[in-house]
Design a protein around this ligand. Structure first.
Ligand SMILES: [Zn+2]
Length: 369
């Protein structure tokens, strides 16, 4: 497994770079145009349709032509699904590089252009120095109003990391969208009201059944999807921000739980994508050097996080009849996850020392959602 990090550096607006970006962008437009007219959108087919033509016409190195082809194909595919018109491209699209077309050293980068290889002086900010011993993988040059930037992605093998930090349990989707054992509560109240609004609008539009209402429905579902992803990004960022490299996050393995109309039903009802939330947590965590452990959801929510016996949940609270412990049910579940012993794939129910002081039983949720 690998860790990835992307660093962003400002580079001078060299003529050779702008030329390559411009020709590349025109090539993308040209391929998309030809593909659109011919009804061809797969990479392989586009390649056969116009590889040599493009290479000659725009004078691009073959790696750039292959990338232009990939971007044109992606755009044509999305135009097809969204039933859009002929795609239009910006004057300067992001120009991708890989190990064949760029090399990195701490004071300069070397780039392939139409005029051959060029060296560009760079200055790496002190904040990024810690990544200089990672290995550079890919890069992308982007033109913005503020100038030219290169985004370089570095990786390192995760075996180099030692996970001796904290263990944080993250429980998703009971009364809250997510609750962590370090006591972050993502209430989901706002999410719920938005989902209700989407649902109401959807059934209204479905009842109409006209062509324009169908178009609006597609627009609505795109908006809904973006909203869900936005919320999941926010929650996952907050969770991972509270961790340090070397920590471990323990989550339930919720694959396939969608069919189960049990305790997770509340939020699944609104079509919330918990799997996406976990994936977002996972990739942000891995990037930061935080390990992810997935455990089977068995008894996580019914076990007392203090004495390990079975208890009851009611109205969002967990009560243990054995030791008298009572606390927020979702927090209890996340505390159980945090106690998970990574050697076995189950919640270790036999933990006898209470690891939280008594007053935590009165812990009140902080609403973040
Ligand atoms: Zn107990």
């Amino acid at each position: 497994m690998k860790n990835f990090v992307t660093i962003k550096l400002k580079i001078p607006q060299r003529e050779e770079i702008l030329e390559a970006m411009g020709q590349y962008s025109r090539a993308v437009g040209y391929i998309a145009d030809k593909g659109f007219k011919a009804g061809v959108f797969k990479r392989y087919d586009l390649h056969h349709l116009c590889y040599y033509d493009v290479k000659e016409r725009f004078g691009l190195p073959s790696q750039f032509v292959i990338n232009a082809n990939r971007v044109a194909s992606q755009t044509l595919k999305s135009v097809r699904t969204n039933r859009g018109g002929k795609p239009v491209f910006k004057e300067f699209l992001p120009l991708p590089f890989d190990k064949r077309t760029f090399t990195f050293s701490s004071d300069k980068i070397s780039l392939t252009t139409i005029k051959g290889r060029i060296d560009v002086a760079i200055e790496v900010l002190e904040y990024y120095w810690k990544y200089l011993d990672w290995s550079p993988q890919t890069a992308q040059i982007v033109k913005t109003k503020k100038g030219l930037f290169i985004h370089i992605t570095f990786s390192r093998d995760i075996q180099d990391c030692v996970f001796d930090g904290e263990t944080i349990g993250v429980d998703v989707g009971i009364n809250h969208v997510a609750v962590t054992s370090n006591k972050q509560f993502f209430s989901g109240g706002k999410i719920k009201s938005c989902m209700v609004k989407f649902k109401r609008l959807r059934s209204k539009l479905q009842a109409k059944g006209t062509r324009s209402s169908k178009r609006l429905l597609r627009k609505l579902s795109r908006r809904e999807r973006r909203f869900k992803a936005w919320a999941n990004h926010n929650i996952s960022r907050n969770i991972v921000d509270s961790c340090e490299a070397g920590d471990t996050i323990v989550m339930e393995d919720i694959k396939g739980i969608r069919k189960n109309k049990g305790r997770k039903f509340n939020f699944w009802l609104y079509g919330w994508n918990f799997y996406q939330l976990q994936i977002f947590i996972e990739y942000k965590a891995v990037r930061k050097g935080v390990r992810i452990v997935k455990v089977s959801p068995y008894l996580t929510s019914q076990t007392c996080s203090r004495c390990g016996n079975l208890g009851f949940r009611s109205k969002g609270f967990f009560r243990c009849p054995h030791c008298g412990y009572s606390l927020n049910a979702d927090l209890n579940a996340s505390l159980n996850l945090a106690k998970h012993d990574s050697m076995t794939d189950r919640v270790s129910a036999a933990v006898n020392q209470p690891n939280i002081p008594n007053d935590e039983s009165k812990a009140h949720p902080v609403n973040r959602g």
